[in-house]
Design a protein around this ligand. Sequence first.
Ligand code: NDP
Length: 337
Amino acid sequence: MGEKEMQAREIRLVRHPVGLPSEADFELATVTLGAPGPGEVLVRNRFLSVDPYMRGRMVDRASYVPPFALGKALEGGAVGEVVESGDPGFAPGDMVLSMWGWREAFIMPAQTLTRLTIPEGIPPQAFLGVLGMPGLTAWAGLLEIGQPKAGETLFVSGGAGAVGSVVAQIGKIKGCHVVATAGSDAKCQWLRAAGVDAAINYRTCGNLRDAVRGAAPRGIDIYFDNVGGEQLEVAIELANPFARLVECGMIAAYNATEPPPGPRNILMLIGKSLKMQGFIVTQFQHLQPQFLADMTGWIAEGRIRFEETIVDGLAAAPLAFIGLFTGANTGKMLIRL
Ligand code: NDP
């Protein structure tokens, strides 16, 4: 190895997962990095994001983001530190956000990096969670599509996750009665401590419809869907006329090997005049400055709390990703390098 070379490990996809992904779908490989050329930057990653949407990119089909290539390093959100720069816009020590995740270090063109200005008291990895893509998803999905008004009832599934926990708390800021579901008692406790009116453990509550009805006596005006399946059916059933169904994600279906049946009560959309709208966060990129202003303000005021589940080491990244589908995380799931 030359003086200027370093070794970096990366996670590659070696086969398309069928059903719940397994560790054997991934491999850990090592590459050698030289020095950055003109316009390039060498970055050592500090935190990597694993996200549910990555499951969709592991399927070999055209979608809103192209599928991951087999035998190549996966991609995803990452926060790293500049080690060496061949570009005047970056200097060693700069913290940067990129999509060059699932790897310890990389050399890439400067224009693929965003330099981070990290507010006082905020950890840099927050730009992968509450101040990053999941935060913008929650903020824009709820405010732009959900259009919450004070006194309305907001029901959010996946309530203790990166997106859901922010949705639930913005709902409170906007004066809504907030009902959230999550997959463990500890997650529900955390949600209550964060100010949510009712948190329901959907795994142990018995009849979910009855539990949500009890927690939302005036019906549901906004449903923020992270899960799909039964929770969406419950939301449709308990929705008030003109309720908004914000279709953010349907994680319950991401590992399905056959297309899951649609909500059995979809007919109710007509009689209740429900509005159901899906979205992709990148559609709201132009609102980023307003999002950051709101969110940093709310965090500073203690009105938004955020939790992280941190897993150490690149080798653990596949298991952390798989853990998203078994509820291993509270708040944002992150890999620390
Ligand atoms: P989370 O942090 O919420 O992690 C996933 C969580 O989903 C798990 O912790 C688990 O919590 C829950 N879950 C997993 N499987 C099931 C299941 N079968 N039924 C019910 N709950 C389940 O992830 P994110 O916050 O990053 O993402 C949340 C949703 O938002 C996902 O659907 C994702 O695809 C979507 N999304 C959409 C975007 C868009 O642009 N439209 C952008 C970003 C995310 P529990 O213990 O509660 O089961």
